[in-house]
Design a protein around this ligand. Sequence first.
Ligand SMILES: NC(=O)c1ccc[n+]([C@@H]2O[C@H](COP(=O)([O-])OP(=O)(O)OC[C@H]3O[C@@H](n4cnc5c(N)ncnc54)[C@H](OP(=O)(O)O)[C@@H]3O)[C@@H](O)[C@H]2O)c1
Length: 326
Amino acid sequence: MLRAVVTNFASPPVLTLEEARRPVPGKGEILVRVTATALGFVDGLIAQGKYQMKPQLPYVPGGEIAGVVEEVGEGVSGLKEGSKVAVWQFGGGLAEYALANADESIALPEGIDEKVAASALVDYLTAHYALFVRGALQAGDTVLVLGAAGGVGQAAVQLAVSGGARVLAAVSSQSKAARARELGAVDVLVLGSDGPPLRDQLRAIAADGAIDVIVDPVGGVDSEPSFRSLAKSGRHLVIGFASGSIPKLPTNLALLKSASLVGVDVRHFVDGHKAEAFAAAQALFQRFADGVLQPVAYIEHSLDEAQEAFTTLAARNKVGKVLVKP
Ligand SMILES: NC(=O)c1ccc[n+]([C@@H]2O[C@H](COP(=O)([O-])OP(=O)(O)OC[C@H]3O[C@@H](n4cnc5c(N)ncnc54)[C@H](OP(=O)(O)O)[C@@H]3O)[C@@H](O)[C@H]2O)c1
């Protein structure tokens, strides 16, 4: 089978295509014929050796995988040859076949495109966990989504809108603004060196202190002004630092509004509350299958283009999830 591997850590990452033996599933494992693998921000870090967990080399990147069960190992029940599944694991997806633990694999409902399943798995589960579990979102809340045209950002816009929230989106370009509006954001702030700062733009569209929930996968310079715009008892959801900078926050700001800075790590959801997390993922997939959620926007590459896929991943102007189709 064909696979793309990282053999040395480099920045930007270097991918090599190679032929390898098709793996055989062991006890509790399934062999997945990969039909779509999505790449997220973290995959770029892992492939460069910059993530907190360093993979053993050679490493096959790509942990957000959808495909069809080709073979099942001993002791696997519930999944069989031909079942469509999605799985989130530490790599393996940039290959024609990948091994996965059956217990970590989620059966896909009829009617969902596997490209959508791979693209949605982590971002939508993260946004769900952030908004509804950690952020206690209520219908009628006002939500500010930073990085709203990124993977997690788009998911947060769409899920917050479907949860009855009024969504304000912050992005860095007009093309990203258009995507946020398509997903239901009522107002979009276009931030950048030329435009007015976030707080001034917010004041023009919402009363000061009107934001109940902030979705923050970006960090950097806009986090503190966002926090200052929170309502009483507001929640600022810390999801990631795509800007490359971890902001500092004067803690009196939290006291002044009884506001909360809330950490969100979807791995804690999956590892600590697996049944709830998998049920949430299945319910999200069903909503895509039923057409209730709009399909994720993705930029598709073939496995031959694994190297280009990482170039696309690193481009800030991309709109949508990067997807590799073996
Ligand atoms: N906590 C969790 O459980 C969890 C789960 C998934 C992902 N994450 C984290 O969430 C963050 C976002 O992930 P993602 O997959 O949504 O990433 P993404 O698709 O690349 O989106 C990130 C967004 O950040 C904004 N951004 C601002 N400064 C940037 C810069 N210097 N370079 C790149 N983007 C920049 C961009 O929006 P604008 O150009 O519009 O500003 C971009 O759309 C990452 O840090 C990731 O590790 C955390």
